[in-house]
Design a binder for this molecule. Structure first.
Ligand SMILES: [Ca+2]
Ligand SMILES: [Ca+2]
Length: 365
């Protein structure tokens, strides 16, 4: 999952407007609200003063004076949109608004050092104008075991503050921002391919619709046949369960039909059709102005997948997760017995990236 988030951050960073650094001729107020959401459990909190001070400096350089809105004003809201509206409702004649939402994840331990990630969503606007936003995932390396979320936030503060500056430059210059102008799904239809529609019985293999753990025969042809119906419900985007070749048989009594037990990440599941059909699905969606989201499993392989014997060193092999409050176990141990890939290994990373890129251009070598 990680490389996907990184590529998302890179994309959105690229979307930040390229405008010169701005400075107001007359000092103006900016209402700022901060919130750090807990990664596992607990209540939202505010970031350390050092991070706030770094952002205040960045805004001050643009002649913006920070008026901080207390956490309580937005803490009851869970979504960016509603938090921003709550901030707007509280702003005191400030012509500019800024919402800073963060989340800190423990990622892994590397050579005695601790790797964290600081995820930040920034939303800014003139009080009377359109919103602009920026999302980033910043990796942070900490040295000591006792260093936790606050230290990770402080370490990331310069990068976060610089992104605040760039975002505000765009808002102050009135630049049209790509993320707002770009595509956003209106509604996403999530289809479990094996269970959605059997459009071609010749690819079924062994199926038993009476057995909830067996394959039921759904495929890409069935999806294509039903696209008009999906669109008629108001959906403009289809999200499919993983299409890669999957474990062919149940395991411990549980069926493999869902696709989250990959067998060969780069190959299309033959029960679903072939790559020509996937390309056809893509063009049929295009024709209807719809988008496709593919689901790719990067954390593990299916039980007893060929990769386990082909590349034994690519797996953590630390046993199952026994403590769901242990952040390191959550990342490096087997979830429900699924062999956990050592995604921090460059070789594994390249394998996952290469296999995933294949899905962007089906039919290519
Ligand atoms: Ca079928
Ligand atoms: Ca893992």
């Amino acid at each position: 999952m990680r490389w996907f988030l990184v590529s998302l951050a890179v994309c959105l960073a690229g979307c930040l407007p390229r405008v010169p650094k701005q400075r107001l001729t007359e000092r103006a107020r900016i209402a700022v609200a901060y919130i750090v959401d807990p990664s596992y459990s607990g209540k939202p909190f505010t970031p350390p003063d050092a991070l706030k001070a770094r952002i205040t400096k960045e805004l001050d350089e643009r002649n913006l004076e920070v008026v901080e809105v207390p956490l309580e004003a937005i803490a009851a809201q869970r979504l960016t949109d509603s938090r921003f509206l709550a901030l707007k409702a509280r702003q005191l004649d400030a012509p500019f608004l800024l919402l800073v939402e963060q989340r800190v994840h423990f990622f892994s331990q590397l050579d005695g050092r601790y790797r964290w990630e600081v995820a930040t969503t920034l939303t800014a606007a003139r009080a009377d104008g359109a919103r602009a936003s920026d999302q980033s995932e910043l990796p942070v390396i900490l040295v000591y075991d006792h260093e936790k979320e606050p230290e990770a936030l402080v370490t990331a503060s310069s990068d976060v503050a610089e992104r605040v500056g760039l975002l505000l430059d765009g808002v102050m210059a009135g630049a049209e921002l790509a993320p707002e102008a770009g595509w956003r799904p209106r509604a996403i239809y999530f289809a479990m391919v094996d269970r959605f529609e059997n459009g071609d019985v010749t690819n079924d293999g062994a199926v038993d619709p009476a057995d909830p753990q067996a394959f039921h025969g759904g495929d890409l042809k069935g999806l294509i046949d039903r696209l008009d119906w999906v669109r008629s419900l108001g959906f403009d985007t289809v999200w499919l369960t993983p299409l890669s070749a999957m474990r062919p048989a149940p395991w411990n009594g549980y069926g493999a039909f869902h696709g989250y037990w990959p067998w060969d990440l780069a190959a299309l599941e033959p029960r679903f059709g072939d790559e020509l059909l996937l390309t056809q699905l893509r063009s049929e969606l295009d024709r209807r102005g719809m988008k496709l989201i593919l689901d790719v499993v990067l954390n593990h392989v299916g039980p007893e997948a060929p990769l386990l014997t082909e590349r034994p060193a690519w797996f953590h092999r630390r046993g199952g997760i026994t403590d769901w409050n242990d952040a390191e176990q959550l990342v490096t141990h087997d979830v429900h017995g699924l062999p956990d890939l050592a995604t921090e290994s460059p070789e594994v990373f390249e394998h996952l990236l290469g296999a995933t890129r294949r899905w962007l251009h089906p039919g290519s070598a």
